[in-house]
Design a protein around this ligand. Sequence first.
Ligand SMILES: Nc1ncnc2c1ncn2[C@@H]1O[C@H](COP(=O)(O)OP(=O)(O)OP(=O)(O)O)[C@@H](O)[C@H]1O
Ligand SMILES: [Mg+2]
Length: 277
Amino acid sequence: MLNIESNVEECVSDNTNLPRVGVDSTLAMDIQGISVVFRAYKQRPTTLKESLLQRLVKGKVQHYSTFDALKDINFSVKKGQVFGIIGSNGAGKSTLLRVLAGVLPPTSGKIVTNGTTDSLIQLGAGFDPDLNAIENIYLNGSLHQQSKKYIEGRVPHILEFADLQDFAYTPIKYYSSGMSARLGFSVAIDRDPDILIVDEVLAVGDERFQEKCKAYFDRLIAAGKTLIIVTHSLGMVETLADEVILLSAGKIVFKGTPADAVARYRDPDYQTRLHSQ
Ligand SMILES: Nc1ncnc2c1ncn2[C@@H]1O[C@H](COP(=O)(O)OP(=O)(O)OP(=O)(O)O)[C@@H](O)[C@H]1O
Ligand SMILES: [Mg+2]
């Protein structure tokens, strides 16, 4: 029996020390032949007796099966571009963003990066639920080598952007998911990265916060920064993005303008093929 939920492990690749220094100065990122293979463990024998019996009956047993989450992904993102990634649930979008953000080493392939990268993938990852917002801002800042004095100056801005001034001293374990996401988003954007990688973060914020985020993206774009965004909001992709890839079962099935990519994704033939796979 496969137990993907509780028994998953990411295959660790030989590419842990990926080259992340750029060569072509017009590119923010160059993604070359990225593949990710996950292992899903099957139910393992729990006792020595079970294990010996299994070996006697079946010989040496492989306790996992492999799953190709990304297959030979190639594309490049130009500096100053808003790059969209769309596709159905399980297509591999978040896995790809985790690789781009350097959180997940790919099984094979290479990424060339120009500039500082920040990712809004697992908002609030690294936050301590028992600490309040201010303490978490200090914790996060110190993890990013910021000085105490610098963080002190940034705290009011972060709380203001997150609209959490009234909850600054509440342990974040009592925050709603939207409030935690707002704090995570505000902390990450305060680092002012050259390349911002965003995974569906707007989905949990309320309308007022979503408007703030969109205004922030506009400022980012005007400042010539690069934005790589995954979203199910096709309207947002069409208004924001310059170029889009459509992922399906871990492969790029389309690369082009937002209008064409969205049209392809919505195409009834494409949807029929997707759901008959
Ligand atoms: N750590 C892991 N171990 C095993 N399989 C995984 C792991 N992480 C993701 N997967 C699998 O990889 C596939 C792609 O997952 P991913 O989260 O990238 O999809 P997605 O395109 O972001 O979907 P969604 O739109 O639902 O967010 C899925 O089948 C998922 O079950
Ligand atoms: Mg996802």
